[in-house]
Ligand binder design. Structure first.
Ligand SMILES: C[S@@+](CC[C@H](N)C(=O)[O-])C[C@H]1O[C@@H](n2cnc3c(N)ncnc32)[C@H](O)[C@@H]1O
Length: 275
């Protein structure tokens, strides 16, 4: 497994274009190297077996965005440590498979399985090239997985459309596009727009030799809708979870100060048209 820390000295971080192949490839190594740190920081909030849609704390057990999944074939892309699929299998009666591009995150999933006495089917796969047959799933979902880290999100949606059966559902959460215009600061410093919402340059971290270490891509609300519709899917609805009263947990740029004023997460619900 590739859990060693990144050895590169970070030379530059900012918003600029990088070749798409480099930007899209960076996620695998970055998440391999940062799996432990990410789960040390957020693992208790995520829980070992739970489907948390966002830092606002919206959980599938209350939101029911996937509908009734009892007996359904469910695929999670960009699953990380597979907490969502583990919950769907153990508490909601679904037949779930978790996929992720990072071996480090899947190793963390295997450790959670060992700790909880569960066995989650884990498959290493880029969400842009899924190793599953056409129409193999009733439901596909991700919570902040894959989509923010690829320059060509339309390929994820196309793959999801392909592996869904006619009538099957696709639900995904991402950082709310509006956030792109604001500094990534959970306090009052994050309340003043300093960038253009329409600036699609990714946030990129590069090594001293110019290699891309991390890339995160912005899509406007219209871009997300165009991706879904362009894949031949039908948009069912958008959810903008509100920050709950009394919820004090800070996660990166998310927290109660900004949460009271600005949306932090966008959840998109869609389905493949029935045959
Ligand atoms: C923020 S985590 C989300 C995972 C989980 N839902 C969670 O909340 O911890 C993002 C995940 O997306 C995965 N990822 C990034 N690019 C991907 C790609 N192209 N295909 C599949 N997974 C990808 C990363 O490896 C990482 O596990």
């Amino acid at each position: 497994m590739q859990d060693e820390p990144l050895d590169d000295a970070l030379a530059d971080a900012g918003y600029h274009h990088v070749p798409d192949d480099q930007g899209g490839r960076a996620a695998r190594r970055w998440w391999d190297a940062n799996a432990h740190e990410y789960l040390d920081e957020h693992g208790d909030f995520l829980g070992p077996a739970d489907l948390l849609w966002c830092p606002e704390g919206l959980r599938e057990s209350q939101a029911h965005l996937l509908g009734d999944v009892r007996g359904a074939r469910v695929l999670e892309v960009g699953a990380g440590a597979a907490q969502g699929t583990r919950w769907l299998r153990t508490a909601a009666g679904a037949h779930g498979i978790a996929t992720d591009v990072s071996a480090g995150m899947l190793a963390a999933a295997a450790r959670l399985d060992a700790a909880t006495g569960t066995r989650t089917p884990l498959v290493q796969a880029d969400a842009r090239a899924l190793p599953f047959a056409d129409g193999a799933f009733d439901v596909v979902f991700t919570a902040f997985g894959a989509l923010p880290f690829v320059p060509d999100a339309h390929r994820v949606h196309a793959e999801v459309a392909r592996v869904l059966r006619p009538g099957g559902r696709w639900v995904f959460s991402v950082t709310h596009p509006l956030r792109w215009a604001f500094p990534d600061d959970p306090g009052t410093g994050g309340l003043t727009a300093t960038r253009s919402y329409f600036d699609r340059r990714p946030y990129v971290e590069t090594a001293a030799d110019g290699r891309v270490l991390y890339a995160e891509y912005h899509r406007t609300l219209a871009d997300h809708v165009a991706d879904v519709v362009g894949a031949g899917l039908v948009l069912d609805g958008l959810v903008e979870p509100e920050w709950p009263a009394g919820h004090e947990r800070v996660w990166g740029g998310w927290g109660p100060v900004r949460g009271a004023r600005l949306p932090g997460t966008l959840v998109v619900r869609a389905h493949r048209p029935p045959a």
